[in-house]
Design a protein around this ligand. Sequence first.
Ligand code: NAD
Ligand code: TYD
Length: 377
Amino acid sequence: MQNIIITGGAGFIGSHVVRLFVNKYPQYNIYNVDKLTYAGNLANLKDIEDKPNYHFIKADICDFETMLDIMQRDQIDGIIHLAAESHVDRSIKDPFTFAQTNVMGTLSLLQAAKAYWESLPEKYEGKRFYHISTDEVYGALQMTHPEGIVPPFTTKASSGKHHLAYGEKFFTEDLKYQPHSPYSAAKASSDHFVRAFHDTFGMPTIVTNCSNNYGPYQFPEKLIPLFINNIRHRKPLPVYGKGENVRDWLYVEDHARAIDTIFHNGKIAETYNIGGFNEWKNIDIIKVLINTVDRLLGRPEGADMDLITYITDRAGHDLRYAIDSTKLQKELGWEPSLQFEEGIEKTVKWYLDNQEWLDNVTSGDYQKYYDNMYKNR
Ligand code: NAD
Ligand code: TYD
């Protein structure tokens, strides 16, 4: 495979995937197709933007004609599709944008890939459409053990001080989809379209469903970067409900490595769950963040606990997510490389060292800069 589109490459996870592919595969041309919404920031890719195998194309995945033009002009063999609206709270306020980008955008990309690949003599031979989805499509798991139990599996991610699962059931690949938020409903719908293009037209597709990611370059509307920034500036930490909801956290570079493994070695038409068996209650993670920020800033550890502010719960707030990634570990040999404690330390340090990046995205300056750059072309 030579020419690969990565959609959403200017976003959080996409930028890590683009960086990994550009550096690891100099023989591939990587086309980052991104609309640069509020979540897209080319500053995330400063270190690789001048590499000869990296190409940026500002475009909306909903624009079928442009997607088809790119595929024909650049003779695209593979697509790794991450572009999406990704924040649950925004989806509650504005579900239309989520249906438009996540459902119609995915469909437009599928139709463009189909039109281009079916026009070639070799058709789908050697081609791949890899769709990145979320564990949130499975709905919410019960919390049968609120105090925590020893999980059935451990991985490097879960092998630090924290070893607990909060229920016996996990998300497995064969579970029925039961999305609750407009975000997860739109992602679920896009997953169905991707599988339908395999079943109906024979397109070589793969879908993966990953748990919550954390790490550098995440937009500070999501829990971890938002709270690190607030703790630093001693602003209140808005905890939804009682802070008892459970999420399963994976370091973003481990997700990018899983995407690399699956893109190259995954079986066509399969689904793989990606996660590190690393469940945390929100309130416990928030306490770790406070202690870590305080320590790294030279404040007494725990000095900022009084910033915790319980607020009205998120509407339809899913109680627990927990991924079973046994299939991916057994069949393709992937596992997380980082312990959670190491990953959190790296992440907090990164945000504290990159205040300018945070200030730019919170003020919106990064968008003005790139808007001007495109106007001048
Ligand atoms: P993000 O919001 O940080 O980035 C999304 C990117 O997509 C941005 O660069 C944005 O400009 C681009 N984009 C949005 N609409 C577009 C459009 N119409 N055309 C072209 N580009 C567009 O998202 P993220 O957190 O990096 O998530 C990436 C993907 O991974 C999403 O599909 C998401 O559902 C999935 N995912 C995320 C997580 C997580 O914890 N963040 C976990 C599992 C799966
Ligand atoms: P988030 O980072 O938005 O990811 P997701 O909703 O996709 O899991 O939120 C992670 C958890 O943190 C989720 O249970 C909601 C909670 N949360 C808060 O309590 N306060 C906040 O300000 C945010 C953004 C999230």
